[in-house]
Write a protein that binds this ligand. Sequence first.
Ligand code: ADP
Ligand code: MG
Length: 268
Amino acid sequence: MTTGSAAEAATGRGGERLVVEALGIHKSYGSLEVLKGVDLRVRPGEVTCLLGPSGSGKSTLLRCLNHLERVDAGTVRIDGELVGYRVKGDKVYELPKREVAHQRRNVGMVFQRFNLFPHMTVVQNVIEAPTRVLGQSKAEARERARELLAQVGLADKAQAYPVQLSGGQQQRVAIARALAMQPKLMLFDEPTSALDPELVGEVLDVMRRLADGGMTMVVVTHEIGFAREVGDTVVFLDGGVVVEEGTPADVLSRPQHERTRSFLSKVL
Ligand code: ADP
Ligand code: MG
């Protein structure tokens, strides 16, 4: 990988505070170049919606933000902290797993498939990480879980098992579980695309409220209505590059590029 100067890496860049600052991200799988130099900047409290055709690298980009994928070149900083690497002098070292895990606490992730622990109740799912990783007492974690489950409209499901819940309810538990780690950033990877259509709205409502509450979010979605209403910024990715980005009004209503227009005509 490449970085800027060591001093820059250590201190973050000057100027405004960014929750996400990904610069020049390149990622290949074998000979397939998936990301060809992507920049992504997200300010505190901002919701960035990431759009693009299937295979354009959206999931890969999200995974790079968390060092779930190792970038080939470029840097990711979350809240100013270089993710996955340490710079010493002019050398760059990958961080040991423990330290990467520590950095990942800052970032909550919700996937297309609600990967709850099937053998645990809803409340056990929510308190698992904060008790095990953050060292919260069970009582403290349960209290917080109650609040989070109320926030996602599932106060009455604390003792249910995932199999007893609808897909929409499971996805709302997955959101509560991610929030229990008190992340600085939430990443959503097509959180509603595996849901029956009638369940999409309840999950988007929870996400909308989270955004209204000031959470910084990057959301990969094909829900153009959500992007238009909730997004501060829309980023259109195609062929491993950011083709276009701007306000929802600009990108969704007045796209400048043919590729964006063509994509939108298919999903709208
Ligand atoms: P999107 O989320 O936009 O649909 P992805 O980031 O999942 O796109 O994938 C981008 C491309 O990278 C696709 O061609 C996909 O097949 C390929 N790809 C993703 N993950 C891997 C992997 N672990 N190994 C090999 N190829 C991968
Ligand atoms: Mg994807």
